[in-house]
Design a binder for this molecule. Structure first.
Ligand SMILES: [Zn+2]
Length: 118
């Protein structure tokens, strides 16, 4: 399975500024690359799903396009979006549909968990 994760070297100054400004780098880079490929005539039809989740540690709600784990911009802690024991942390699907969310989750985690998320 192709997961599509890449690591990008940005240097410490850019890194610190991105942290300070609380920028969702994955999302920004993905959008940039998508646009660049579209300009080259490649159509990327991967569903863009954005969800609003509630932080397990400080109850802060925020949006993320990650469906497996999220880092809270307020307290900086990382938690899993769905656990067998505690269920889903999703409050709302901001962009995309339940079906797209299931499809993404299915691709990443397998069939058995797909019904329980969302
Ligand atoms: Zn938090």
């Amino acid at each position: 399975m192709v997961m599509g994760r890449i690591t990008v070297w940005v240097g410490s100054k850019i890194y610190e500024e991105l942290k300070k400004q609380n920028i969702n780098v994955s999302r920004e880079v993905r959008l940039f690359l998508k646009k660049m490929l579209e300009e080259r005539g490649v159509k990327i039809d991967e569903p863009e799903v954005v969800i609003r989740v509630k932080c397990v540690f400080c109850e802060n709600e925020f949006e993320t396009s990650s469906i497996t784990q999220a880092k809270c911009p307020k307290c900086g802690k990382t938690f899993r979006i769905y656990t067998k024991k505690y269920g889903s942390r999703i409050r709302e699907i901001v962009k995309g549909s339940r079906e797209e969310l299931f499809k993404l989750y299915y691709r990443m985690k397998g069939k058995e968990n797909a019904q329980n998320i969302g």
